[in-house]
Design a binder for this molecule. Structure first.
Ligand code: TRP
Ligand code: CA
Ligand code: ZN
Length: 348
């Protein structure tokens, strides 16, 4: 395994310390990160494309530390995207819902940022409830096309409000992570694909459409899909999806290292876009800070906030505005997302 992630030649080598650390650690045999293409898979052409480390139980037990630390995602930048989404809602009848002009404007905002950063973007149209819906995908050029790591968030709001926590938060967090990949000139081993889904609020329709249109050969290249739906709840909890223990561990380890306790996400399994992927056998994971469920006394003890109150009292309501966010939760989750992309996508 000679190839570890390197920087694009056009970008200055800002992390020579990290590279030296990798070299030293590898020489010392200290790092056994995720191996994307195992020697066995390379030797045997019959091995299926999906036989990557994500589906390799031996690899699952290896440490997941990446020697290339993810950058600190800027809360200010994430909030700047959220302010834009709030303005889009305010200028378009107060929402960014499927079939409404605020949704299309949201797609256009995200797409322009990604195009300017060097992503290959595509808008996929579909029809739902008699209206045109849109999914947006953004592929980062490079990486092994046989091993795709995806991260996604639904971009539509309900009709009732601007949908800033649900799910401007996940949408902005993965956008800023994608922009960080570009700024850092990351050359991950995995091929990275980010996605913004339409019509989630109508029953995960956009992501279901995407998966249904994916040829099985393309499906089998997706090693994991990471979902971020509501990551800035005003009275937050720190919930990690437990669908795949390797992906779950990457998130849990990040929070544990910061001294933040996590719980397994249980507020409605299958209630977001990861279900579209999980239903066809793709490995999934994700983060969540809570919706309409009430924070218990024990949870308020460890996480702060208000016991006896919903994690998000404005869930699916008009008051899910730019004020309906916990900045600390939004910042932590954004940083955890970047950590997962760097660790799973650009392993040492
Ligand atoms: N957008 C989701 C919904 O409206 C929010 C949600 C509820 C959620 N429960 C969840 C997201 C559990 C992830 C996991 O249903
Ligand atoms: Ca940060
Ligand atoms: Zn919702």
């Amino acid at each position: 395994m000679s190839s570890h992630p390197t920087r694009r030649t056009s970008a200055p080598p800002r992390r020579s310390w990290a590279r030296r650390a990798v070299t030293a650690a590898v020489a010392a045999g200290a790092i056994t990160g995720l191996v994307v293409t195992s020697p066995a898979a390379t030797a045997s052409p019959a091995a299926p494309a999906s036989a990557s480390a994500f589906n390799d139980t031996r690899a699952m037990d290896r440490p997941t530390t990446s020697a290339f630390a993810a950058p600190d995602i800027s809360l200010a930048n994430v909030k700047s995207h959220l302010n834009q989404l709030q303005t889009i809602a305010s200028n378009n009848g107060g929402n960014r819902a499927h079939g409404r002009p605020g949704y299309r404007a949201s797609i256009d905002y995200i797409k322009a940022k990604l195009d300017a950063a060097g992503y290959t973007t595509a808008i996929q149209q579909f029809t739902a409830n008699g209206a045109t819906g849109y999914n947006l995908t953004a592929d980062w050029p490079g990486g092994d096309p046989q091993n795709v790591l995806m991260a996604g968030a639904h971009l539509d709001s309900v009709n009732a409000g601007p949908g800033i926590n649900d799910n401007g938060s996940g949408s902005a967090a993965i956008l800023e992570t994608a922009l960080a990949v570009s700024r850092e000139g990351l050359k991950p081993q995995q091929h990275l694909r980010f996605a913004w889904w339409g019509a989630e609020e109508l029953g995960i329709l956009g992501s279901r459409h995407y998966v249904s249109k994916l040829p099985s050969t393309e499906r089998s290249k997706i090693d994991a899909y990471l979902n971020f739906d509501m990551v800035g709840s005003p009275n937050p909890g720190y919930f990690v999806y437990d669908d795949d223990r390797r992906v779950e561990a990457v998130f849990k380890n990040w929070f544990a290292a910061k001294g933040i306790s996590t719980e397994i996400e249980t507020e409605g399994d299958g209630r977001s876009d990861h279900a579209s992927f999980k239903n066809v056998g793709i490995t999934v994971g994700g983060l969540f800070t809570g919706a309409g469920r009430t924070k218990t006394a024990a949870q308020a003890q460890k996480w702060g906030g208000t016991a006896g109150q919903a994690f998000d009292r404005c869930y699916h309501r008009a008051c899910d505005t730019i004020s309906n966010l916990n900045d600390t939760a939004l910042d932590r989750n954004s940083d955890a997302i970047a950590h997962a992309i760097w660790t799973l996508g650009a392993p040492s």
